[in-house]
Ligand binder design. Structure first.
Ligand SMILES: Cc1cc2nc3c(=O)[nH]c(=O)nc-3n(C[C@H](O)[C@H](O)[C@H](O)COP(=O)(O)O)c2cc1C
Length: 260
């Protein structure tokens, strides 16, 4: 089985492609009903798919691992596949540590470069269209290779995992800072373009957005900065302070309808 978290569709697309190649079903980490109803077959491979956030695993996936019923996965070959805009740092080590605490062992972690979604700091924006196109064109071959490795039962990942430069430093310094200080309270707000459709509240992985009929949504203190709300708003009606006004928006074009 494949279990994924995805804010803007990149990891969902990877989960879907891997599922097709490995003949495995894929489930969102939030679909508790489907996840618990599914019976994992004997020797069935389990793959966790998620975006890299600040050179570590996206927090919803870490929380999922902390709360998972490890017994269900014991004895199954376990893999992770990260999607990233550039590189992953030591995300694989963070995942391994957290799975070991549950008595599980990761066989290997792979990565797929996909269009970037991080837009909240100065200097960070979505990719220009040529870079976006190149990444989307290269991704199917990468996923095919990863599927082959998983099918062969590979337990090494040297060629298909991209740690990037200063990987240890990024994961050991920036990821803890991101988890401690950057998540939680954020400056997201809705503009006059908001139609109160409620999509942002429905897709927020931490149920951090409240919306009453005919009023603007409000954000609580449980934001994990996944960027689902800001990128997937169909009216481009969400901003974060002033910083995102001139930034682009992105959704995976094979999963969600792009706003251009
Ligand atoms: C909060 C946040 C932090 C990110 N940090 C990184 C990073 O450290 N390295 C990287 O290469 N990409 C980073 N990205 C880009 C995403 O990992 C990448 O675009 C991913 O494919 C998005 O997946 P999704 O569409 O499934 O949510 C970050 C994106 C967000 C929203």
């Amino acid at each position: 089985m494949i279990i994924y978290f995805s804010a803007t569709g990149n990891s969902l697309w990877v989960a879907r492609e891997l599922g097709a190649r490995l003949s495995l079903p894929y489930f969102a980490i939030h679909d508790a009903k489907a996840l618990s109803a599914y019976e994992i077959g004997t020797d069935e491979v389990c793959v966790l798919v998620m975006p890299v956030h600040a050179w570590g695993p996206a927090l919803p996936m870490l929380r999922f691992i902390e709360q998972m019923d490890a017994g269900r996965f014991a004895g199954h070959p376990l893999y992770a596949v990260c999607t990233c805009g550039d590189d992953c740092g030591w995300t694989h080590c963070v995942l391994q540590k957290s799975l070991r605490e549950k008595g599980l062992e990761l066989r290997a972690t792979f990565s797929v470069q996909m269009p970037n979604t991080y837009i909240l700091l100065p200097g960070f924006d979505v990719d220009v269209s040529s870079a976006k196109r190149e990444k989307l064109e290269a991704a199917p071959t990468r996923v095919r290779k990863i599927a082959e490795m998983i099918r062969k039962g590979a337990d090494e990942m040297k060629t298909l995992y991209r740690p990037g430069t200063c990987a240890t430093l990024k994961t050991s310094l920036i990821y803890p800072l991101f988890r401690k200080h950057i998540q939680g309270h954020t400056h997201f707000h809705a503009t006059d373009a908001c139609t109160s459709c409620g999509l942002c509240a429905r897709i927020c992985p931490t149920r951090n957005i409240r919306i009453k009929p005919k009023s603007l949504p409000t954000w609580g203190d449980a934001c994990v900065q996944c960027h689902a709300c800001i990128h997937r708003c169909p009216h481009r009606a969400i901003e974060c302070g002033n910083i995102t006004q001139k930034k682009g928006r992105y959704v995976n074009p094979y999963v969600y309808k792009s706003k251009g």
